[in-house]
Write a protein that binds this ligand. Structure first.
Ligand code: T3D
Length: 261
């Protein structure tokens, strides 16, 4: 599949999706939302891909909705429908993808760009990066799942503070608040993220995917329901090659060779 607004490449079991509109700090136009969604679908269909990395080109990760595009909208334009048909499809695709998604946050993540960063499973962040809930600067409330993800990660008080101040949250503070997994010197971002990604790409992919499904579903369940759901998913994991291999490797005191199924 060929793309105009993103780059898509695969190597060593990892698909790398690069948002590629650097002149706008990778702001989302309609085509980029659609192409990024399709790229996640493509990664999902490709059994050789066992981990996905999402990043931005140039000095930004993603500056959210392209504000120049919003100027061209007529009076009857529905932002709600724009979200439903665009950003929502992208966020759902990321969350439903049963493979780890790493956000390699190379620079500022603002507005919907912050929402997309939060929809990644793991965030590895440059020390030059920052997060800005820019929505309120333009008279909007957070969207693209930000209201769902952020209070769960950092608590309501801090999330609401970021929403209404729209102040820039630097990488080190995002780490201290539990919003990201690791902050690294900017020039080591690619190398460190590749190490994380290749580790996941050599792991028990089916189990990783089921763990993602279990954790998301459990957020809306009682303990009894969550326990039962775990049992159902463990039934599936217990029938994989990788479970058999993991146990055998442990008993033989060797490194397991996982195949992802
Ligand atoms: O509408 C709907 O469908 C609803 C969905 C809404 C979702 C949203 O995302 S709403 C929020 C939209 N995003 C923003 O409000 C962020 C706007 N950008 C900024 O506030 C700042 O650019 C940043 C804080 C992200 C970074 O600041 P800084 O100083 O590092 O960079 P800059 O100089 O402001 O930007 C660099 C260039 O990128 C600049 O272009 P120029 O002057 O060099 O030609 C700037 O205009 C452009 N740019 C940055 N963000 C956007 C953008 N162009 C279009 N849309 C953008 N979002």
């Amino acid at each position: 599949m060929s793309y105009q607004t993103i780059l898509y490449e695969t190597a060593n079991g990892v698909a790398k999706i690069t948002l590629n509109r650097p002149e706008t700090l990778n702001a989302f136009n309609d085509l980029m939302i659609e192409e990024t969604t399709n790229a996640f679908k493509q990664a999902g269909r490709d059994a050789a891909v066992r981990c996905v990395v999402l990043t931005g080109s140039g000095r930004g990760f993603c500056s959210g909705q392209d504000l120049a595009d919003t100027q061209e909208r007529g009076d009857s334009f529905s932002i709600g429908d724009h979200l439903r048909h665009g950003y929502h499809q992208l966020i759902k695709q990321m969350v439903r993808l049963e493979k780890p998604v790493i956000g390699m946050i190379n620079g500022v993540a603002a507005g919907a760009g912050c929402g997309v960063a939060l929809a990644c499973d793991i965030r590895i962040v440059s020390d030059k990066a920052s997060f800005v809930l820019a929505f309120s600067r333009v008279g909007l409330l957070p969207d693209s799942g930000t209201n769902w993800f952020l209070p769960r990660l950092i608590g309501y008080g801090r999330a609401y503070e970021l929403a209404i101040t729209a102040d820039r949250l630097p990488a080190d503070k995002a780490l201290a608040w539990g919003m990201v997994n690791q902050v690294v010197p900017h020039d080591q971002l690619g190398e460190v993220t590749t190490a994380w990604a290749e580790r996941f790409a050599n792991g028990a992919t089916k189990a990783y995917g089921l763990a993602k499904r279990a954790m998301y579903k459990s957020m809306g369940m009682s303990l009894d329901e969550a326990l039962e759901y775990e049992a159902q998913l463990q039934e599936i994991a217990g029938k994989t090659h990788d479970f058999k291999e993991g146990v055998q490797a442990f008993l033989e005191k060797r490194v397991p060779e996982y195949k992802g199924y």
